[in-house]
Design a protein around this ligand. Sequence first.
Ligand SMILES: [Zn+2]
Length: 121
Amino acid sequence: MRNCLACNTPLVGRIDKKFCDYNCRNAHHNFLNQPSNNQLTKINRQLIKNHRILQEFIDGDVRSIPLSVLKAMGYNEDLRTSVVDDPNDGRIYFIYDISYQQNESEIVLVTKELETYRQTA
Ligand SMILES: [Zn+2]
């Protein structure tokens, strides 16, 4: 199976697919087009790392993860790609396609997609 060139997640769908989605395609092109040590590249790398770490827990069917465990794996809790305040579900954070809630001690993964919130907002 091929993996996404940006975040290394296994790809599903078309055989010539190279990225999970638009965001990973952008992240990869930004990565290629920037000098290696600039701030944008550092942030993109950390976002992709965060995504990869959360994806490991999703793949293992783990939904609640202590922040202490995530930080030990190199996760940066301050970086995400979107935030939505849902009237029913509360504040939902996104790292690309992965959605979660966060409190002072843990991250709880949720399964809704960003479009779900945009359509109901
Ligand atoms: Zn990806």
